[in-house]
Ligand binder design. Structure first.
Ligand code: DQA
Length: 141
């Protein structure tokens, strides 16, 4: 079975308590459950969340043999050369995901270190962005 790493960065463990106009109302556990439902056991989904940049880099390095990564690096999207460099080494499908319309928000969120090393980006649809990522993989893996 093909393996997919679902990687979430800082503060995404607090979904449900973050501003709803940007991030919706669901918790990360609820979003993960929705993804499993959409996946219909087609891929092995491996979920990981960390608030620490190095943990996210370690996890990408450990999963270089996987078939795809769905990643929401959260605030590290706008700051992390280290996560970008780790993603660059991954040769499977790389899907950048954001709950909010990240490109239409504050100026500092327009800086994006991972966009051009990823295959595609889904953003602005709350939990729907993650569901779109699963649908994309169903069509392309
Ligand atoms: C986010 C957008 C980021 O700018 C922000 O720092 C997050 C979440 C999103 O999913 O919309 O924490 O990645």
């Amino acid at each position: 079975m093909k393996k997919v790493l679902v990687l979430n960065g800082p503060n995404l463990n607090m979904l449900g308590k973050r501003p709803q106009e940007h991030y919706g109302t669901m918790t990360l556990e609820e979003i993960n459950a929705l993804m499993k439902q959409e996946n219909q056991q087609r891929f092995e989904l491996v979920f990981y969340q960390s608030n620490h940049e190095g943990d996210l880099v370690d996890r990408i390095q450990q999963c270089l043999s996987y078939d795809a990564i769905i990643i929401n690096p959260a605030a590290y999207t706008h700051t992390s050369v280290a996560i970008r460099d780790a993603l660059e080494m991954f040769h499977g499908i790389k899907i950048e995901v954001h709950l909010s319309k990240v490109d239409e928000r504050e100026e500092f969120r327009r800086k994006n270190y991972i966009r051009d090393v990823c295959t595609i980006c889904f953003s602005g649809k709350y939990e729907g962005s993650y569901i779109e990522a699963i649908k994309y993989l169903k069509n392309s893996l």
